[in-house]
Design a protein around this ligand. Structure first.
Ligand code: FES
Length: 382
């Protein structure tokens, strides 16, 4: 059990290997040319001045590989805005990490992509806001962004890299889901990730404008089922259902501190991208503590790892090692207690409250979209 082994002060190499996170999400900067209103970054965006210098990121790559991380996800904001991205990819690849670039592609050039591939980049994920260009550019807040993404996707295939299309869906684009999947198919993607927006951070700010209706959700499930049948063996379709319409919680992050970790632009190490919304957690920084020690012994990772922290109804639930209590950040948001059951679960006493939001929010037809940028962040901070 993870909670027992992680308590070990000086674990053997075998134990560390058995406990290693599979993935590390490196948020290289919070700057971004797009302004997506459902961005998973915290509303309090980190300032560029606090971004980690190159040498620390290179060391993080080496430490991650030593720890046993297999997959490196280079994200942001927009990772292409780091001029040292090439050095980071090269070091990650030399260290044996599978490298995945998660990008808006808005500032990508064919030459840069080709150079990154030569340095060891394995995989590219391009986020698409819609199949409709005008709506895509409106949602991303970037002129001609959609056309640029389509062109960049063709480069990914030409160069021979693996391509995933990320398609976050919500009330303002989900009616085009069949066209979005067809677009990914046309682009030659090996995988498309259709993810109903999860309402943390910027998406929570925009929940009234983005929450789909129940009918839209049900239709999206049918569209994905039909597309999976049609595209079986040709394109993988991952689907993330919306928590607000669920009766069972998802095992968020595969369980807290079980399989992945995030490093923010300033070097804070988080168990999930929204963990800073939970008060009382202590986030260690790669500037001052080794990644392995943070993963194994850091307070933020230990706090909700395993099952010992669970209250009822989770503690006696036969599925507690399947869903790991759901999402801690959502429990904090809806229940005001990160150790409570995720209200997405039908056993939660607050499940009805969540369903109330799911019914109420889609009726807010004129809810404004707050675009994700530093100006909005300052206004939201008051
Ligand atoms: Fe933080 Fe789910 S988003 S645990």
């Amino acid at each position: 059990m993870i909670e027992t082994l992680a308590d070990t002060a000086a674990p053997s190499n075998d134990v560390v290997c058995a406990l290693a996170p599979v993935g590390l999400l490196a948020e290289l900067t919070h700057r971004c040319p797009l302004q997506c209103p459902y961005c998973s970054n915290p509303v309090a965006l980190e300032k560029t001045a606090s971004d980690l210098p190159t040498e620390i990121w290179l060391d993080v790559m080496r430490q991650a590989a030593d720890l046993g991380v297999l997959q490196l996800h280079l994200s942001g904001g927009e990772p292409l805005l780091r001029p040292d991205l090439e050095q980071i990819v090269e070091q990650a690849s030399k260290s044996g990490l599978y490298t995945n670039l998660i990008t808006s592609a808005a500032t990508l050039t064919r030459e840069r992509l080709s150079a990154l591939a030569d340095l060891g980049l394995d995989h590219v994920q391009i986020s698409m806001q819609d199949a409709n260009a005008a709506n895509s550019d409106r949602l991303g807040g970037a002129k001609n962004g959609h056309a640029k993404k389509l062109e960049a996707a063709t480069w990914v295939k030409d160069i021979g890299l693996a391509l995933t299309i990320n398609a976050p869906v919500h009330r303002q684009n989900v009616d085009n889901l069949a066209a979005i999947i067809a677009m990914a198919e046309q682009l030659g993607a090996g995988r498309v990730e259709v993810a109903h927006v999860q309402y943390y951070g910027w998406a929570l700010v925009n929940r009234a404008a983005l929450m789909p209706t129940r009918e839209q959700v049900m239709r999206s499930i049918e569209v994905v089922a039909a597309a999976r049948k049609r595209l079986a063996g040709r394109m993988l379709i991952d689907f993330v259902a919306p928590d607000y319409f669920a009766h069972r919680p998802k095992p968020c992050m595969g369980g807290w501190g079980r399989g992945s970790m995030n490093v923010t632009p300033s070097g804070k190490v988080l168990p999930c991208h929204a963990a800073e919304s939970i008060p009382g957690l202590v986030f260690d920084n790669v500037r001052t503590r080794r990644l392995r020690d943070i993963w194994l012994n850091g307070q933020a990772f230990q706090q909700y790892r395993g099952t010992a922290w669970m209250k009822e109804p989770c503690q006696s639930c036969e599925l507690k090692e399947v869903d790991w209590g759901g999402c801690r950040c959502q429990a904090m948001m809806i229940a005001g207690d990160a150790a409570a059951a995720d209200p997405a679960c039908g056993k939660s006493p607050l499940h009805d409250r969540m369903q109330t939001f799911a019914l109420r929010d889609p009726a807010a037809a004129d809810a404004p979209l707050v675009l994700r940028n530093y100006r909005s962040a300052a206004e939201l901070a008051g």
